[in-house]
Design a protein around this ligand. Sequence first.
Ligand code: ZN
Length: 264
Amino acid sequence: MLARREVFPNVIEMNYQARQRLGCSVYLVHDANEWMLIDIGFEDTAEEIIDIIRQMDFPLAGCKYLVATHADVDHIQGLKRAKELLPQAITVGHPECKRLLAENDRIVTYAEISAQKISINLPPIKIEQTINEGDVLSIGSLKLDVWNTPGHTPSQLSFRLGKLLFSGDNIYRDGCVGNIDAHHGSDLPAFVSSLERIRDADVEWLLPSHGPIFRNNRAKLQKTIDRLTEYQHMADFGTCAVDWPLLEEWEDELVKGFDPEKAL
Ligand SMILES: [Zn+2]
């Protein structure tokens, strides 16, 4: 039997467990004889991850849920394989995640980024049960509150377990956020609201979908919120911006004519 390396009581993260980087964060939450996985990652690591879980002496039949935090291929590509190995587990995700996977949408899921010559396999994946804001997932006596935290993408879910928040692609330990991209349905005002919600929540620890676990630090969250608030009025993320004040400045200048003295 493999020793369980819990990061918090009832919580194992599979990269920390393996002591090596397998891919996105894969959280196992367990209590009594039940357990669930929050994301599974790429297909080529799914079997290895489930084998480690078996070696840690978790009965495979005890897996109740396979959760998709959102539909991005690096989080869900292995779901089909995982479901084959854990047939009694219920695949769960946001309704929008279910739709994207049912339609095998290769663009929004990032399976296909033709301009960067990225083209990877997106197996057919069925989300069997949809979950959304206000729902609760039970594992043994544990209760995980489902939060919809849009911004990176409309279907982004987070899960609160007491003082822990499985925070998805909202924010990472270095203050970066999940990719902001119009083709992904990214929404800057919604992103700011989700980050404010996390900042103000009574949670001590953020367990993100990529990289190390970190404390819910107000100053760090605020710095990221301020950056994304600025992006709302900048051209950096194109149509994700709310407005671009420079264009109004330019309109003034067009009326008055170009003055080299005033061009900074
Ligand atoms: Zn991600």
